[in-house]
Design a protein around this ligand. Structure first.
Ligand SMILES: [Fe+2]
Length: 240
């Protein structure tokens, strides 16, 4: 068939993935103190237990509660504020949910280090804050890549996979991934279940970020919602 694409074809797109970000205006004021705190935690953390080509991640090294550490109070406050803004935009009634910072940890990525594909399965919202990013230049500082596992427009399952060349990889209605360059002082949030990875830091500089996992529960007065949102932990009883 010889069909010429019509540039003005009326196609509408629905069901978008919502990635939120904000460049925090006070970031430069806090950068040095946050950087020093992270590097100190890395030095004090457990012995390295991942492969050298993987970035150092606090959660694998006993450093996963920085939300309780006063050195991170400013950024925690920002995470709380922007999570609320993000959820409001997603249509969530904040009077019916309680929000918790479940865990938070630093990430230090050195030359040729990356983070493999994963999702944050025990959380609902994930946030990343970039403390230090390699200067813009010829080499890639490593990008946050989101993968589309829903593939709503993949008309035959697997058609667009890496094993075929039937769909052009950069087709805007069937792209399998999207990538975000890190930006110093930027806070970025996404649904925690969204599979993601961080590509290799090809520069000679450090890339330092913080990761936050946020959990929603229903409030004590939202009893009808408990089938769909975890009841408040204050109502739980631990086995004796
Ligand atoms: Fe992650």
């Amino acid at each position: 068939m010889n069909i010429i694409k019509n540039t003005f074809m009326p196609i509408e797109t629905w069901f978008p993935l919502a990635i939120y970000y904000e460049d925090l205006p006070d970031a430069p004021t806090h950068q040095q103190a946050l950087l020093a705190a992270v590097l100190q935690l890395e030095r004090d953390g457990a012995e390295r237990r991942n492969y050298p080509e993987m970035a150092w991640t606090g959660d694998l090294h006993g450093v996963e509660q920085i939300h309780t550490n006063p050195a991170f109070a400013w950024v925690v406050e920002q995470v709380e504020r922007h999570t609320a803004i993000y959820l409001l935009e997603l249509g969530v009634d904040l009077s019916k949910v309680d929000l918790y910072l479940q865990r938070a940890w630093p990430i230090v990525s050195r030359t040729e280090q990356e983070i493999g594909s994963h999702s944050h399965n025990t959380a609902h919202i994930s946030a990343v804050y970039y403390i230090k990013v390699p200067a813009e230049g010829t080499y890639d500082p490593g990008r946050l890549v989101f993968f589309d596992d829903a593939r709503v427009n993949e008309v035959s399952p697997g058609l667009g996979s890496e094993n075929t060349d039937i769909i052009e990889p950069d087709n805007y209605l069937n792209q399998l991934q999207t990538a975000y360059l890190p930006v110093e002082g930027r806070l970025l949030m996404f649904p925690a279940k969204q599979r993601h990875a961080v590509t290799m830091n090809e520069t000679e500089e450090l890339r330092v970020s913080l990761s936050f996992d946020i959990v929603l529960t229903a409030t004590a007065t939202a009893a009808g919602a408990y089938e769909f949102l975890t009841p408040p932990p204050t109502q739980w009883q631990r086995f004796k």
